[in-house]
Each structure stands twice: as C-alpha cells, then as structure tokens.
Write a protein that binds this ligand. Structure first.
Ligand SMILES: CC(C)(COP(=O)(O)OP(=O)(O)OC[C@H]1O[C@@H](n2cnc3c(N)ncnc32)[C@H](O)[C@@H]1OP(=O)(O)O)[C@@H](O)C(=O)NCCC(=O)NCCS
Length: 229
C-alpha cells in the first residue's frame, strides 16, 4: 500500500529519527547530506486493481490565463513521474515512495492526475485515482508543490483542474494528518470554493501502519461537488 501525505522517516548520520510534517517547514537542510529514507512502500500487488485510467486518453491541456499565466496544468506524462518523485523527496514532509511508483502512477493515472508546469519545469503535481469500487470518488493520493513555487495557488489550481475534467466525479477524498495545516487549509478551501460538503473522520490509525513514524490519517470527504450545476 502506498501512503500519501504526512510523516517521513529520516536517517541522519546513521541515526534514525522521526520528523512530523510541519506546514511551512523550511526547505530541508540535512547536514552532511543526510539521507531521506525513501521507498517506505512499494506498489507491488496494490495498484493493479487501480489501473483503470490510461495516459492514452488524457484530458485536454489546461492553459491558465491571468495571474500566473506562465503556468500550465495538464495530465502528466510517464516521464514526469521522475519530477514528481523529486518534488515529493524535496518536500521534506511527504512519504516518499519509489521512483518506480511515480513513473507507473504517472502513466496509469494520468487522466486523474495533474502536473503544474512553469517555463518547462514541472513544479507541482496532484496524483489521484478514481476508486474502483466507487468511481464517482476521486482519491487524491499525493499533492505537492515545489517550495519555490508555494503560495501561488498552484495546489488549489491542480485540484480545480483535475476535478473540472472529470464530470463524473462528485466526491473528492484525501487523508491528512492532524498536524498538516497547509493541506487541511488547501482542501477546506477547495470545498468552500466549490460549495461542497466537507466531512472529516477516522480512517488510518497509527496502529494500522506496520512501520514506525506514521501519524493517524484522517479521511476528508468533499462531497456533492456538482450539486449546484
Ligand atoms: C500543501 C501544499 C501542496 C500547498 O501548495 P500551495 O501551492 O502553496 O498552496 P496554495 O497556494 O494553492 O494554497 C491553497 C490554500 O492553502 C493555504 N495554505 C497553503 N500553504 C499553507 C500553510 N503553510 N499554512 C496554512 N495554509 C496554507 C492557502 O492560504 C490557501 O488557502 P485559501 O484558499 O484560504 O487562501 C504545499 O505546501 C506542499 O507541497 N506541502 C508539502 C507536501 C504536502 O504536505 N502535501 C499535502 C499532503 S499530500
């Protein structure tokens, strides 16, 4: 199982320590080039049933206008899985999965994911999938924006872009830890902007995780997305 957002484990000079997600946490500086322990999980055996979307039929490119018009929002290419992996790694907060996972997810979930591209550089991404047993529900597995680009509403626009291209989706889901204020605000703001219901409840407790360092993940459900249209 691939996890989404918040806690990662860091190894510094051979000593393990846990660091929890801190919204607005400054860029990661690890003395001596300390190493992120990546790839807490692999996709083996888990993603097969989710492979219901293909990069063969991506949504149309969404070229923004007005403020931030240098930004483009569109489905990822498989190759952009590499940039997603780097952004996740450099976020300092996300559970970093294998580069393999990002490449394959970028290929197989392009239609339900978006990247933000600024001057040719991939600077943000939202990786999502429609739940196989509830395809009207879009689960946002990870969303991240390069630290240099934060505060430009890129994450908000990534969510808006992917939902706009999926008219059959009426509920957006994600999980967030209680200490991730940035992510909480991002999704609460999305719900307000879309006039949707927003409920929060338990999903994954710390006890569910076989490895240490994971905080409890609360399920955020943003429903009735298109009730006003
Ligand atoms: C969370 C994250 C994706 C937000 O990206 P962003 O492009 O800077 O966010 P936006 O500019 O689109 O802001 C969207 C909303 O979130 C709020 N927000 C963004 N960062 C915030 C922070 N650090 N603290 C509180 N609120 C924050 C904004 O004020 C805005 O709210 P508003 O609509 O009420 O004005 C980014 O901080 C990030 O990549 N964090 C590390 C990865 C992570 O934690 N991802 C979420 C879990 S998967």
């Amino acid at each position: 199982m691939i996890h989404s957002c918040p806690t990662i484990r860091i190894v510094d000079a051979g000593l393990s320590q846990l660091r929890h997600d801190t919204p607005g946490y400054p860029p990661s500086h690890h003395p001596g080039g300390s190493t992120f322990v990546a790839a807490l999980d692999t996709v083996d055996g888990d993603m097969g049933p989710f492979m219901t979307h293909s990069a063969d039929h991506p949504s149309a490119t969404d070229q923004t206008t007005g403020e931030g018009s240098d930004l483009e929002f569109r489905p990822p290419t498989m190759e952009e899985g590499a940039a997603m992996w780097r952004i996740a790694r450099d976020s300092g907060t996300l559970d970093l999965n294998t580069s393999y996972a990002y490449l394959i997810l970028a290929r197989d979930f392009a239609a339900t994911s978006r990247v933000a591209v600024a001057d040719g550089d991939t600077v943000g991404f939202a990786l999502g999938y429609r739940r196989p047993t509830a395809p009207e529900r879009l689960f946002i597995w990870q969303i991240a924006v390069d630290e240099s680009q934060r505060g430009r509403r890129i994450a908000a626009r990534l969510l808006d872009a992917v939902v706009a291209d999926l008219p059959e989706v009426t509920t957006l889901e994600t999980t967030i830890t209680e200490d991730n204020a940035a992510s909480q605000r991002l999704f609460a703001s999305f719900a307000e902007r879309h006039g949707a219901n927003h409920s929060v409840g338990p999903l994954l407790t710390e006890a569910h995780f076989p490895d240490p360092g994971h905080g409890a993940e609360l399920l955020h459900e943003i429903s009735e997305l298109r009730s006003g249209t």
